[in-house]
Design a binder for this molecule. Structure first.
Ligand code: CUA
Length: 157
């Protein structure tokens, strides 16, 4: 087989780029211990309703300044449907899904979590202003995807 000179150059360039890219990913993942955003915790998606903290979804106070909210994402909503948390406290959102990939995205904040079956994802956030915050699913999850939303009420304690 005969390759044109420029074709050879581009082939070598392409293969080298791939090797460099995979090396960077490999070193950061295995050498520096990078994990997906939200953590590496796993859960049996069939047993979500029996596994803590999802056996009792909702808000729970951990200490004076920290709250955890356990939320289950499913087609096409979130359990619990009503979430109320205090302003100015650290809120740890802990999520999983019972079916397909969803997201938990709080509008106008930096909270944009993947909600993955078989995984537990965490994200810590402190609301600085009381009010109502819209939560949307921004991973396409089926015919009801655009209806999948909820609201967080942030109150002054
Ligand atoms: Cu759930 Cu889109």
């Amino acid at each position: 087989m005969d390759f044109h000179k420029y074709e050879k150059i581009w082939l070598v360039f392409g293969i080298l780029s791939l090797v460099i890219f995979l090396s960077i990913v490999g070193v950061t993942a295995f050498g520096q211990g990078h994990t997906p955003a939200g953590g590496m915790d796993i859960i049996d998606p069939e047993k979500v309703s029996e596994t803590a903290p999802f056996d009792n979804p909702g808000v729970r106070q951990i200490d004076d300044n920290t709250y955890e909210v356990a939320i289950i994402g499913m087609a096409f909503g979130y359990n619990p449907s009503e979430i109320k948390v205090p302003v100015g406290k650290e809120i740890i959102f802990t999520l999983t899904s019972t079916d397909v990939v969803h997201s938990f995205t709080i509008k106008d904040t930096k909270v944009n979590m993947m909600v993955v079956p078989g995984r537990i994802t965490h994200k810590s956030y402190t609301f600085n202003k009381p009010g109502k915050y819209l939560v949307l699913c921004n991973e396409y999850c089926g015919t009801g995807h655009h209806f999948m939303q909820t609201e967080i009420e942030v109150y002054e304690p």
